[in-house]
Design a protein around this ligand. Sequence first.
Ligand SMILES: NC(=O)c1ccc[n+]([C@@H]2O[C@H](COP(=O)([O-])OP(=O)(O)OC[C@H]3O[C@@H](n4cnc5c(N)ncnc54)[C@H](O)[C@@H]3O)[C@@H](O)[C@H]2O)c1
Length: 369
Amino acid sequence: MYPWLRRPYTMPATVITGGAGYVGSHTVMALIEQGISNNEIVVIDNLSNAYCEQGDDKPTSLKRIEEMTGRTIRFFNIDLNDEPELCRVFSAFDVQCVIHFAALKAVGESVTKPLEYYEANVAGTISLLGVMRRFGVTKLVYSSSCTVYGEPRKLPIDEGHPTGDGLTSPYGKTKFFCEEIMKDVCISDKSWKIISLRYFNPVGAHSSGRIGEDPSGIPNNLMPYIAQVAVGRLSEVLVFGNDYNTPDGTGVRDYIHVEDLADGHVKAIRLFDQPGFSGFHAVNLGTGTGYSVLQMIAAFESASGRPIPHRIVARRAGDIAENYADVSLSHRLLGWRAVRTLEDMCRDTWRWQKQNPEGFKTTHKTKKN
Ligand SMILES: NC(=O)c1ccc[n+]([C@@H]2O[C@H](COP(=O)([O-])OP(=O)(O)OC[C@H]3O[C@@H](n4cnc5c(N)ncnc54)[C@H](O)[C@@H]3O)[C@@H](O)[C@H]2O)c1
């Protein structure tokens, strides 16, 4: 399928699983823009949640990055559970480190399809770790989530907060299980270096407006939902509950601009080069500030100049009132902090949505999967 793989290839490479998706593509962009290295960028993605035009050899997100940067991205349409194919990629490059985004991520869907989630997220991660071990690759940045904390016992949430307690969705459990597996791998072999980045709520898009979040179907998250109401694809935002113990009664979350998040991955990779750095480290990536649903709607109305119709409905089962990060460890360990504001998040989301009302898909093209 990839004939050039048969020739020996000694170029150092960074492997990015799920790199065609939302956070992955912005991280690919950040790695190139910040000239992290001359490494080949090797993306592995099964296109289960990334758009690829019929007849194209790589997903549209990556093609647009190539257009913007002039760099070539090596792309492989491979499932993480396909170990022989993973091995072929690892044997073709001198892989230095892996950033592992690939996963299914819809919390609600995970309740109805638990086996699919455990297979993609947990078995897929075990498959990847096994191949990495076989090829002596021991540096990994992992996409985790604040979901691992469950209901917060105190705010802001720091990395010492217990994880795994009372998790209600299979999705959250997959992130927790993967972290536990990675901790054990690091205990078993001191040469491993794993940084698990616990994202709070990624929003926004690249400032070019050419890449952004492209949910298939009805968005599961607030910001893309608001954006689709603003552009006229959806009629109104449903606000689930206004009787929480928060300033305006609606749920409060820590939203982080996806470009800040991507920068956090670049900083994490740099940490691998520090002498003495080893083992498993979990680090929150958030801003440390929470905004309510009504504040988000108001900020988006101001960024877009359009009214966002919304309606208060009953609380959703399992939702919590407030959630925001203690970000002091990310400052200390990574030397990173979020610099983009709520206005930046809304402006960049709006630019992406306005320029791409149907996401990456254009009217005459169809989705591959
Ligand atoms: N976006 C968020 O709100 C959020 C929050 C916390 C954590 N995360 C985590 O960050 C990571 C990236 O999230 P995202 O928002 O970019 O999601 P995304 O769906 O946009 O990207 C994930 C990519 O992985 C690919 N993929 C899925 N299963 C795969 C498999 N078995 N083999 C190969 N490729 C596969 C998909 O095609 C997609 O391109 C995920 O691990 C997610 O759980 C996301």
